[in-house]
Design a protein around this ligand. Structure first.
Ligand code: GLU
Length: 440
């Protein structure tokens, strides 16, 4: 059977509804996106010929606020993936209590084969194709896999030009000069770091715990730096080309690693690059080997479907922090739970990105500029509060953290969706007292 992430998203939801009962009609709504949009649009390539691109935007639920979620430019992007990611955005925004719904979009494309000019024309063309369905109070895109702040600036510019007024709040994750927020570039990892800090206190994890990180994009590379600076022992990193393992820890050279990645296109190049690294102790490993290495904390920070029933049994970490969206399949979750491995789910662990997106949107709306200290203080508060709430439900319902996070989300999205469609609120039968959906 081929892999369908949306089926997995629905299985996760279904599991939560067995503990947090919801009305059948409401469930029928929450199981489906409000709207799926598919676009085909031409882009002029450098050779002068047009090429047709296939793009998607899924608007899953907007009961709690405008649809919110990134745009992914990836060769494998398809509608089922975007539907899953849009559902996860809905639950994610609810878990951290920011007043947004959930959406996601993308284009099926390998950006490495485009020139900068082609990429700009692609981004602008996609914005025109989505012109009617996005907007600062309607649907607010952001970066995701292989999309950058620069792309967000093109989107903001294209949208602003077509509506005839500067509208930076139509998209988040912009560069600072285009109305971006301080700290947005590192927010996903920073949010995960705050969550890990809270978890460490609960579990009494040692300060120098051994960490393996899969993925060296924005989230993964920033996490390597933050953890290294905080004294964790990052023993393995990888990117799509493969990885490196050094049981002594990769040291304080995270910055060097990041630079090498930039220059050489792959992180493992760092070890093949002259004097600063002692090649004696490192080992070149595959992505599959990284997941199974002997570490305390495993951080998948790449793409979906990495920890499955095929390798879950061999995972040795005590904690898995999902900085990627959807890295663990539902059948793997069961195996991990049986083994006593704690999984901090994506909809909590990586919610720092969209939280700072919300701060960016607020700053744009009010024409403000907050300092990095203010942004991170607010982020820490949001992440710590969300973690405590999820942990509380996890204890109360005796269920793993993913289902606990879904219960928190479901409670908030259910209440708002019922209000939106005029469904009876009495259909909620949560044993847990209902609270209002948004929190400032
Ligand atoms: N793409 C990020 C995510 O999956 C950020 C979304 C946003 O900032 O809207 O959470």
């Amino acid at each position: 059977m081929s892999y369908n992430p949306f089926e997995h998203a629905l299985q996760q939801l279904e599991k939560a509804t067995t503990l947090h009962k919801i009305d059948d009609d409401l469930y029928e709504i929450l199981k489906r996106p409000n709207r799926t949009i598919e676009v085909f649009f031409p882009v002029r390539m450098d050779n002068g010929q047009p090429r047709i691109f296939h793009g998607f935007r899924v608007q899953y639920n907007n009961a709690r606020g405008p649809y919110k979620g990134g745009l992914r430019f990836h060769p494998e992007t398809n509608m089922d993936e975007i539907k899953a990611l849009a559902a996860w955005m809905t639950w994610k925004c609810a878990v951290v209590g920011i007043p947004f719904g959930g959406g996601k979009g993308g284009i099926t494309v390998d950006t490495r084969q485009l020139s900068r000019g082609e990429l700009e024309r692609l981004s602008r063309g996609f914005t025109r194709a989505l012109q009617d369905v996005i907007g600062p109070d309607k649907d607010v895109p952001a970066p995701d896999v292989y999309t950058t702040p620069e792309i967000m600036a093109w989107i903001a510019d294209e949208y602003s030009t077509s509506v005839g007024a500067p509208t930076p709040a139509v998209v988040t994750g912009k560069p600072l000069h285009a109305g971006g927020s301080e700290g947005r570039d590192t927010a996903t990892a920073q949010g995960g770091f705050f969550v890990l800090h809270s978890l460490r206190k609960k579990l009494q994890l040692p300060n120098n715990a051994r960490v393996a990180i899969q993925g060296f994009g924005n989230a993964g590379a920033t996490m390597v730096r933050l953890l290294t600076e905080a004294g964790f022992r990052v023993i393995a990193v990888s990117d799509s080309h493969g990885g490196i393992l050094d049981m002594r820890g990769l040291g304080m050279n995270a910055e060097y690693l990041a630079r090498t990645k930039k220059e050489k296109e792959f992180a493992s190049g760092a070890y093949f690059d002259g004097t600063r690294w002692d090649a004696e102790h490192y080992q070149a490993i595959s992505n599959a080997e990284l997941l199974e290495c002997d570490c305390d904390i495993l951080i998948p920070a790449a793409i979906e479907n990495q920890i499955t029933h095929e390798n879950a049994e061999r995972i040795r970490a005590q904690v898995i922090m999902e900085l990627a969206n959807g890295p663990t399949t539902p059948d793997a979750d069961e195996i991990l739970a049986r083994k006593g491995i704690i999984v901090v789910p994506d909809i909590l662990a990586n919610a720092g990105g969209v939280t700072v997106s919300y701060f960016e949107w607020e700053q744009n709306k009010h024409k403000e500029h907050w300092s990095k200290d203010v942004v991170f203080a607010k982020l820490e508060e949001v992440m710590a509060t969300a973690f405590d709430h999820v942990w509380d439900i996890h204890k109360r319902f005796q269920t793993e953290l993913r289902t606990a996070a879904y219960i928190v989300a479901l409670e908030r999205v259910a209440e708002a969706t019922q209000a939106q469609w005029g469904l009876s609120p009495n259909t909620l039968s949560s044993p847990y007292a209902s609270k209002t959906a948004t929190r400032k």
